[in-house]
Design a binder for this molecule. Structure first.
Ligand code: ADP
Length: 773
């Protein structure tokens, strides 16, 4: 209706344009025609002299003028009328061809004209309606409303009026007419009205179908937490429940009769497709899509839809139920996030079980957090205990682009230490920057962080033995990415990681200790080998020297014996043959020579025995210790008697592996010493006993003699080592040397336990005869 009026106004504007060129043309015409008439009247008498001819030419000129003027007039009128005709045709096209009902009504309310399709909808020919009152087309109950509306248009309250009313066809049937009417006044006269109406019967029926649902059902629709929206076949909203108002923001009043405003442009195709299916009789079980809210935001929704039918089963529109899925979507994404965090945790633990080195562990974990956890950046900070309390990145993964190089972070309580990482290390608690863009504590690093798309971040402490080693840092591309549940899981993850690092440290320490020990062992082994080599060298040298010494001793002793025998023999002969001729002193001297040479001979014999012991090949075989001891006692019997010595053999004496003669000499030397080194007036008492232990036999010879100071225990086994002068106790100092050497040569050992005044307990040890050694 309003369009039609605008078109009418539009058609009148070219007339104003036409008027001005018309005036110009008229003026030009007057000048040209005037000049033509004046000039021709002036020129002709000079050209035509004969009056008769002149009169005829003048008449002809007059007719030509009339003809030209008429032709000109025709062209001009024709041209100026064409747009008018065209616009009228256009208007007629719109008016007559339009399927809507167009009625032009005069001030009295009579129909002036009606378009043929409109008349047809009402069941009349157009001429049947022209001249009749417009009330004729309304059903009885709706006439009053029509009168009121036309009246208010006539009063010029302005604007168009829209209303719905039942129109009556010629055959008496009626249909719903949705109409708009407007008044207009042509040429300042009385107003006339243009009414444009449309058949809205279908919509009314759909509304009625919805409306006929009983009251409790309507209440239910409005009480339903699901948004319920009904639309007619053309997509105009018929019903819009309270929940729909709440979910989408538009009220029922705002949308009734209009297309659903909540369908976003991007979902229009889908919406039309679904509606088409419903209008064909299908039901939509559920469709997940999104809808626009009045505030411009979009929300995810789930739809169920089905057709609205009238009692005859005709589909009048569609009814859709809609549930707001934002919360569920939120929960789903939260669940996804948690699942992700859980997966990271599981994989982290698997990583810890695989126990790669610390570097690999940290690197792989960061990678895991980025790849599986979906964080934009993950890095591990180490808290340095230097003066600046610096923070050292140990490992990282994700979109970093020089971030850790560019930013300065410390864990000191300064501006650069009050971000998440520094605070976390200082306080040993997780620290979150929920929104890097606005968090004042994040200011020093904000620019660099925003540039790399970090929107929020968290730092988690890595503690071992109650001490913070560092922090695990995560950055998300979304603000507020770390909710309570996720933080819980991340804290657990950081704890596991810290434990893993600690285990790795101790493993590393163990490995290092082992390496050190191995190194020490190797050094020790080398050292021992070196020592052994030196001992071997030294032993070889000593053996050589000993051998030389022994052969020297032997030859010296051997060679000394001959002159000694001579000395001894001649001194003896002197005493025997010339003893009577000598005075007392001479005899005394001679006797001393004999005694000294005898002692010397004894000494030389001992030396010879000693050196022989070193050179002889001793073949060991089982020897009865008991019979050896008995033999020695028998041999020493005169000497023992002379000293009133008592020698007691205690217990049994086992067999040993030995060289019989050498063993006899060793035992003899020990028993001799035992009865010799006794205090004055003390009767020597000697005990001989044996003990067997682990295949070795130890023979003890214990006396009640003067004893030996501890510091001399080792010394007395050396050659010529004596603790007393010959005057106190006679002897050459070779007896114990022979004991030691003899035992050594038989694979045995010798020693003494003694204290001055408490007697001495000498022992020798040999393999038992039955032993496998
Ligand atoms: P000798 O008996 O010829 O002196 P030995 O080599 O047999 O030489 O003994 C060395 C020294 O050991 C002795 O001079 C003596 O001082 C000390 N000695 C040996 N046996 C005993 C003993 N049973 N009691 C005390 N001292 C002893």
């Amino acid at each position: 209706m309003s369009n039609a009026l605008q078109d009418g106004r539009g058609a009148s504007s070219p007339r104003i344009g036409v008027r001005r060129p018309a005036l110009r043309i008229a003026l030009i015409y007057a000048v040209v025609a005037g000049l033509w008439v004046g000039a021709s009247d002036w020129v002709l008498p000079f050209l035509v002299r004969r009056p008769m001819v002149l009169t005829a030419v003048a008449i002809l000129k007059g007719w030509i003028f009339v003809a030209v003027t008429a032709a000109l007039l025709y062209v001009l009128v024709e041209r100026s009328l064409r747009p008018l005709r065209e616009s009228e045709e256009e208007y007629r096209g719109i008016f007559e061809g339009n399927p809507s009902v167009f009625l032009k009504i005069d001030a009295e309310g009579n129909i002036v004209s009606v378009n043929p399709p409109g008349a047809q909808q009402l069941g009349y020919a157009p001429e049947e309606l022209v001249g009749r009152s417009v009330l004729h087309v309304y059903s009885e109950p709706d006439r009053r409303k029509a009168i009121e509306n036309i009246d208010s248009l006539a009063r010029g309250t302005g604007g168009a009026i829209h209303w719905e009313a039942r129109a009556v066809r010629k055959d008496g049937s009626f249909f719903w007419l949705g109409q708009s009417a407007r008044a207009f006044t042509a040429g300042g006269g009385r107003p006339s009205f243009l009414l444009v109406g449309e058949d809205i019967t279908d919509r009314k029926r759909a509304e009625d179908a919805l409306g006929s649902a009983n009251e409790s059902l309507r209440a239910l629709v409005h009480a339903s937490p699901l948004g319920i929206i009904g639309v007619d076949r053309e997509g105009r909203v018929l019903a819009w429940s309270k929940a729909a108002e709440r979910i989408l923001g538009w009220t029922e009043r705002e949308v009734l009769g209009h297309p659903n405003p909540a369908v976003p442009e991007t979902r229009r195709g889908e919406y039309l497709e679904l509606r088409g299916r419903v209008l064909r009789g299908e039901s939509i079980d559920h469709a997940d899509t999104e809808r626009l809210r009045k505030d411009g935001s979009t929300i995810p929704v789930r739809l169920w839809a089905g057709p609205i039918r009238d009692p005859h089963g005709r589909i009048l529109g569609s009814l859709a139920m809609m549930s707001d899925m934002s919360e569920q979507k939120e929960r789903e994404s939260e669940l996804r996030r948690l699942n992700r965090a859980l997966r990271v945790l599981t994989e982290c633990n698997e990583l810890l079980l695989r126990a790669p080195g610390e570097t690999e562990l940290l690197r792989d974990l960061c990678r895991l957090l980025v790849d599986v956890g979906g964080y934009r950046l993950a890095w591990v900070a180490h808290a340095e205990h230097d003066e600046a309390r610096s923070v050292l990145p140990l490992a990282q993964a994700g979109y970093e682009r020089g971030y850790l190089e560019a930013v300065r972070i410390t864990w000191a309580d300064t501006e650069l230490g009050r971000g998440p990482t520094g605070t976390c290390i200082r306080t040993a608690r997780p620290c979150i920057a929920r929104n890097i863009l606005t968090d004042p504590a994040f200011a020093p690093w904000r620019e660099e962080a925003i540039r790399r798309g970090y929107a929020s971040s968290i730092a988690l402490p890595l503690c071992s033995d109650g001490e913070v080693m560092g922090a695990l840092n995560l950055y998300s591309a979304e603000p507020d990415a770390f909710d309570e549940e996720e933080v819980k899981l991340l804290v657990q993850l950081a704890d596991d990681l810290a434990y893993g690092i600690a285990v790795e440290h101790s493993r590393e320490e163990r490995r290092r200790a082992e390496e050190e020990r191995n190194r020490a062992e190797e050094a020790l082994r080398l050292h021992a080998a070196e020592l052994e080599r030196r001992v071997e060298d030294r032993t070889a040298q000593l053996t050589e020297i000993n051998a030389e010494l022994e052969s020297f001793t032997y030859s010296v002793s051997h060679d000394l014996r001959a002159p000694l025998r001579a000395m001894q023999g001649f001194a003896q002969a002197l005493l025997e043959d010339y003893g009577n001729g000598l005075d007392e002193t001479a005899r005394e001297y001679s006797s001393r020579i004999v005694a000294a040479s005898e002692r010397m001979d004894e000494l030389i014999r001992d030396l010879l025995a000693y050196s022989r012991l070193g050179r002889e090949e001793l073949r060991l075989k089982p020897v009865s210790l008991a019979s050896t001891v008995t033999e020695v006692m028998d041999h020493l019997d005169p000497e023992l008697r002379a000293k009133s010595a008592q020698v007691a053999v205690q217990g049994s004496l086992p067999d040993v592996l030995a060289h019989r003669a050498t063993l006899g000499r060793v035992v003899s030397n020990l028993v001799t010493n035992a009865v010799k080194f006794v205090g004055k007036g003390v009767e020597p008492k000697v005990r001989v006993r044996a003990e067997e232990h682990r295949g070795r036999v130890r023979l003890w010879i214990e006396d009640n003699g003067i004893g030996i100071a501890r510091e001399n225990h080792a010394r007395i086994f050396g050659v010529f080592e004596r603790l007393h002068g010959v005057e106190t106790f006679p002897g050459a100092g070779i007896g114990l040397a022979i004991v030691r050497k003899g035992m050594e040569r038989m694979g045995g050992d010798a020693g003494v336990e003694s204290e001055p005044g408490k007697g001495s307990r000498f022992w020798i040890e040999l393999d038992a005869a039955g032993s496998s050694r």
